[in-house]
Design a binder for this molecule. Structure first.
Ligand code: SAM
Length: 315
């Protein structure tokens, strides 16, 4: 597939991609005309190229300007091939500049392109709105300045984790926190719920490249207080290349601090116990008495009253 820019819709004409209409491309807000430009934020998923939606692909291909922040070279090459205007936001990470300042620089660059009355596409890996500050900030600022802006959903690391570990968050429930936030705000853990912790390899890191390993030890100690040292957790890493299996390390909490981590590591802590059952509430909301009295003995596979261990918990 050769490179193309907006106005050069050869790819669509050749039947390669559906060309989304102007209103679809511009997204929300009907008061601003198409010529005034628009912002569409899309995600590329975690597995290189294979998890991109056709809708996201079309927006990348037809945008006047593409700005991207993705995690693997295959996706970079694919974006460049799709749209020769593509510009990498990664060089804005500079030694000595804190993360937040970098995110504002990225947002500024996106807005700068938008102000040139262009249809701009911001491309982020994973889901573009999950643990991604500049994407949300750019949307807010674009709308504040009167541009049409919207975000398309995509596959996040947590989606991959659910699939690879065999976890249905609808069974035990699931809490999900950024690891530093989890610690410094003393987030309240419900141990009857699954717990996903993001960015466990950069706990407490405000500046890029800042060393320091205390974070993971503090996290392990915090979790041990609540779950006990022998509780088993999963250090999870989806490999971005299609043929590779995910890296899943099952470790006791007591061994977490010495487990090797990468920038992509995410932690899953399975529930410690099942929640208690309140028969009074169950009756109040109309659950039939036969289920209420049988409680956890009921046999239905998807009965919400029956605890179902996920495949990793059962293993
Ligand atoms: C800045 S967030 C970006 C998340 C991304 N927007 C998403 O939708 O998944 C970076 C964190 O996402 C998680 N992550 C990113 N890539 C991952 C992967 N391949 N496998 C597991 N977790 C990953 C890690 O917790 C990492 O520290």
């Amino acid at each position: 597939m050769r490179s193309q820019r907006n106005g050069d819709h050869d790819g669509a004409a050749a039947g390669k991609l559906p060309a989304f209409s102007g209103s679809e491309l511009n997204g929300m807000g009907a008061s601003v005309s198409e010529s005034e430009g628009s912002l569409t934020i899309v995600g590329t998923g975690i597995k290189a190229v294979g998890q991109v939606t056709l809708e996201a692909q079309s927006h990348i291909a037809h945008a006047d300007k593409v700005l991207y922040l993705v995690a693997d070279p295959l996706t970079v090459a694919w974006i460049m091939q799709l749209n020769s205007s593509a510009e990498d936001l990664y060089p804005l990470y500079q030694p000595g500049i804190d993360r937040l300042t970098t995110y504002y620089l990225m947002t500024d660059r996106i807005l700068e392109c938008l102000r040139q009355k262009r249809d701009v596409c911001g491309v982020f890996y994973g889901h573009p709105g999950v643990f991604a500050f500049p994407s949300h900030e750019a949307m807010l600022r674009a709308r504040r300045e009167g541009y049409r802006a919207r975000m398309l959903p995509a596959v996040s690391a947590e989606d991959c984790l659910f699939a690879d570990l065999g976890i249905d968050p609808g069974r035990a429930g699931c809490q999900s926190y950024e690891a530093t936030d989890f610690l410094v705000h003393r987030r309240i853990i419900d141990p009857t719920c699954g717990l996903v912790l993001w960015q466990i390899s950069v706990i407490g890191h405000v500046y890029p490249g800042m060393a320091g390993t205390a974070g993971i030890s503090v996290l392990a100690d915090t979790l041990i207080e609540r779950y006990g040292a022998s509780h088993q957790v999963f250090v999870y890493e989806a490999v971005p290349y299609p043929v590779c299996d995910p890296v899943i390390r099952r470790v006791k909490l007591t061994d977490l601090a010495s487990t090797s981590l990468s920038q992509m590591s995410t932690l899953y802590v399975p529930p410690l116990a099942w929640p208690s059952f309140d028969a009074e509430v169950a009756r109040k909301i109309g659950i039939p008495d036969e289920f209420v009295t049988k409680g956890a003995e009921s046999a239905s596979l998807y009965d919400p009253l029956v605890p179902q261990p996920s495949s990793v918990e059962a293993a």
